[in-house]
Each structure stands twice: as C-alpha cells, then as structure tokens.
Design a binder for this molecule. Structure first.
Ligand code: ADP
Ligand code: 5GP
Length: 238
C-alpha cells in the first residue's frame, strides 16, 4: 500500500507565551488526529506534579543535556525561563523521512531554528492570549508553578509576544473551542497544499484510483482504477 498524501511529514510548530493555552490546544489536536505525533522535548526543568517522564518531556540533568548538545543530538535547543529545552534531531528526521507529521510545543527560538532548517516542511502557529491580564489569570489558575516562576514567565511574556511576527498563522485563544477550530483548520489546510498532494494528482493522472485510508491526515492509498475512456472534443473515444 502506498501512502501518497504526504510523502514527507509535516512539522507543525505551536508557540506562545507560557499560559496562553498551547498545551491545551495541542492536546486537543492530538486527540483529533491520532496519527499526528508529538515531539517530546528534552528538558533540564523539574517535572511538575502531573508530568510523566517520556510523555510530557524527557527530564534530564544539565550534564546529560550538555552532552547531547555537544553530540549534535538536538535539531534545536534553547534556554527558556532559565531551563534548557531541546528537540530530538533523530525524531524529526525520522518523521520527515517516514512521512509522519509531528507537532511541536516549543518557544520562538526553537520555531525560528526549525523554520530555517526545514523551510519546506514546516508550518508555524502562534497562540495569543486575549490580554496580558487574562494570561496572568490563566498562569495562576493552572497552579502548577511556584509564585517566582509565574512572575518570571509574566515578565518575559511581552517580549515573547513580539515574536508572533515570525509565524505563519496567529490564533487568539479567547474561546477554546473557536481557537481549536482555527488550529485544526490550519493543520488541515497545510495537509492539502498543492506540493503535498502531487503524488495524489500524479496517481489520478496516470489512471490510478486514490482512496482515503482513514481520517484526515492519515493519507491515501493508490489502487488500480477501472479502464477509463476519455471522450475527445469531437465525440470520438480515445
Ligand atoms: P501553555 O501550554 O501555553 O503554557 P496551558 O495550555 O497550560 O498553557 O493553559 C494555561 C491555563 O489556561 C490552563 O489552566 C488551561 O486550562 C487554561 N486555558 C487554556 N485555554 C483557555 C481558554 N481559551 N479559556 C480559559 N482558560 C484557558
Ligand atoms: P514549560 O516549562 O511551560 O513546559 O515550557 C516552557 C517553554 O519552553 C514553552 O514556551 C515551551 O513551548 C518551550 N519548549 C518546550 N520544549 C522546547 C524545546 O524543545 N525547544 C524550545 N526551543 N522550546 C521548548
């Protein structure tokens, strides 16, 4: 069976200041598209009480992180809010080569690096909070970080927000359902870009049949089509 929909995987980067809702939106997107993989980052940050190693992050110490960086094991890495975060280079290259889509919850520095490296296979989405006041309310209501961590994240939020300009799409997360609909629409549109559908077009043009495999984002398979006879302009059969 040939998957013709996305011969190369699509990288979907979602960034925002802490508390704007990107984790919530990313989780919804993953639930809606089981085929969409998630890039589990490496971090030197301590796990929050609801976080599992290998699921939310790979939690590593600073020495391990430095060794991985020196060995070129990261597609990108950055210091965010005083901790190190990095994206596995192998995870990304494997996904691209195997035609699997990957979702990234990373900051603007990571987004910028990945955009430079993978220009043709990447879509970047920035999530805006409806206001700085609401951002603060959400950070506090999440209640996962100590006060000094919240204060630090709020201090840099305005600076992070300015980087919306480097992104392809910007979504205001005021109402969660509406913001999710927008994120879903961006992903679905990206899957249907002409350059990602060439194999489908080629298959149809070469007389084959293109059949959807599962839900959106799962791709297509190609099957032989019944013989097709085309009427030419003057009514003759070709
Ligand atoms: P981030 O990953 O960007 O730091 P989270 O997804 O953890 O943000 O969201 C921060 C808090 O805001 C969470 O408690 C989440 O439930 C809440 N939240 C997310 N989106 C909305 C929204 N549209 N309206 C109200 N609260 C929201
Ligand atoms: P948190 O500590 O709240 O999980 O994440 C803090 C910030 O680090 C968020 O903006 C998140 O998107 C970002 N982040 C998480 N993983 C990575 C990564 O691998 N690379 C980069 N550059 N940023 C990351």
């Amino acid at each position: 069976m040939t998957n013709v929909a996305g011969h190369r995987g699509l990288l979907l980067v979602v960034s925002s200041p802490s508390g704007a809702g990107k984790t919530t939106l990313c989780n919804r997107l993953r639930a809606a598209f089981p085929r969409l993989g998630f890039s589990v980052s490496y971090t030197t940050r301590r796990p929050r009480k609801n976080e599992q190693d290998g699921v939310h992050y790979h939690f590593v110490d600073k020495a391990t992180f430095a060794e991985m960086a020196a060995a070129d094991e990261f597609a990108e890495y950055a210091c965010v809010h005083g901790n190190n975060y990095g994206t596995s280079a192998k995870l990304v290259s494997d996904a691209l080569a195997e035609g699997r889509d990957l979702l990234f919850d990373i900051d603007f520095q990571g987004g910028r690096h990945l955009k430079r490296k993978f220009q043709n296979d990447i879509i970047l989405v920035f999530i805006l909070p409806p206001s700085l006041v609401e951002l603060e309310r959400r950070l506090r209501s999440r209640a996962t970080d100590p006060e000094e961590v919240i204060a630090r994240r709020l201090r840099v939020a305005r600076e992070e927000l300015r980087h919306y300009d480097e992104y392809d799409y910007v979504i205001v997360n005021d109402d969660l359902d509406r913001a999710f609909d927008a994120l879903r629409a961006v992903y679905v549109s990206a899957l249907h870009r002409r350059e990602r559908q060439r194999h489908a077009a080629d298959a149809v043009l070469s007389g084959q049949q293109v059949l959807r495999i599962g839900s959106l984002g799962d791709g297509y398979r190609v099957a032989p089509a019944a013989t097709f006879r085309v009427a030419s302009k003057d009514g003759d059969q070709e």
